[in-house]
Design a protein around this ligand. Structure first.
Ligand code: SF4
Ligand code: SF4
Ligand code: FES
Length: 310
């Protein structure tokens, strides 16, 4: 008879969250422990199918004995840890992160959870003043590290800039980019291994860019669209959706989502086809399916125009 080797169960660790004892397996992050306990925690740069990069800091919690607030999405639980999620320090820090982002980035199309967090934490981005003038096309792309000029103190520095429309499949509207790195991770080692995009520049000039800021059509991009799939702000958007939004015909209340399997090859990726007015307006893939964990290739992501044109 064939023997089956099972991994030994992980030891359990006990921590205290907001005064209550919780037991979780070794290797859990604080965020996983919080979710197990049903404590909602805001996240922007974290996604289940990507390696945590700890850049947004909106998920911070207080760990007793730790000098600084810690990002719950990446910090592993330790035996006896005492975690506070609701202290004034945590609330203030989360509020400030949301305020600073919203003062410099167009958050109009962030998801509903993020809009709700803005309200719940009492974020007041307007207190930093009116937005300063947007950059001209290519201006931010040309900035060199160490040459950033301090903004005028009465206006809020902004990443506003023209939308990059350089191909028929997707657009890049970096006025909406919160620099969460998710697209870089999805294009890189977490999914596509293409490395067509990375973070260029430093400080406020940091931005997502192709090599030497060349158009996508000249870059290493293979148009898998996995970057669009993980973008939390709609900075990266299907061209079909962008065109419909520009024409004011995009209407999610009229859309249905049909789950199916991609027929293009034997991998059998799960697909969600978003339909409006009997046309496929975009294709996504659910995160929680073990075949592709939300990622697709160019065919599954964009190869549906022939149906619309039949
Ligand atoms: S479409 Fe794919 S290859 Fe192109 S930038 Fe996005 S993740 Fe990278
Ligand atoms: S383009 Fe989207 S996914 Fe990429 S860093 Fe900006 S907000 Fe994040
Ligand atoms: S969600 Fe944890 S640092 Fe961004």
């Amino acid at each position: 008879m064939q023997s089956v080797l099972l991994a030994p169960p992980k030891p359990m660790l006990t921590l205290t969250i907001d005064g209550e004892s919780v037991r979780v397996p070794e290797g859990f992050t604080i965020l996983q422990a919080l979710r197990k306990k049903g404590i909602e925690t805001p996240t922007l740069c974290y996604l289940e199918n990507l390696t945590p990069v700890n850049v947004c800091r909106v998920c911070v919690v207080e760990v007793v004995g730790s000098r600084v607030l810690v990002p719950s999405c990446s910090r592993k639980v330790e035996e006896g840890m005492v975690v506070l999620t609701n202290s004034e320090r945590v609330q203030h820090s989360r509020k400030l992160v949301l305020e600073l982002l919203a003062s410099s980035v167009d958050m109009a199309l962030v998801n509903e959870d993020t809009k709700r967090w803005m309200q719940e934490y009492g974020a007041e981005p307007e207190k930093f003043g009116e937005a300063s003038a947007p950059s001209q096309e290519g201006e931010r792309d040309a900035r060199h590290s160490g040459h950033h000029h301090a903004p005028h103190s009465t206006t809020a520095e902004t990443v506003a800039q023209p939308v990059k429309v350089d191909n028929d499949l997707y657009i890049r509207d970096y006025s909406k980019c919160i620099l969460c790195y998710k697209c870089v991770e999805a294009c890189g080692a977490d999914a596509q291994n293409t490395f067509a995009i990375a973070v260029a520049g430093r400080g406020f000039d940091a931005r997502i860019s192709t090599e030497f800021a060349i158009p996508l059509t000249d870059s290493a991009c293979v148009y898998c669209g996995n970057c669009i799939g993980v973008c939390p702000t709609n900075a990266l958007m299907f061209k079909s959706e962008y065109d419909m939004r520009q024409a004011e015909t995009w209407d999610e209340t009229k859309q249905t989502v049909t789950e199916t399997i991609c027929p293009y090859c034997g991998v059998g990726c799960n697909l969600e086809l978003h339909i409006q007015d009997n046309r496929i307006v975009k294709a996504t893939s659910p995160l929680d399916r073990d075949i592709t964990q939300g990622h697709l290739c160019i065919k599954g992501r964009f190869g549906w125009e022939f149906i619309n044109n039949r």
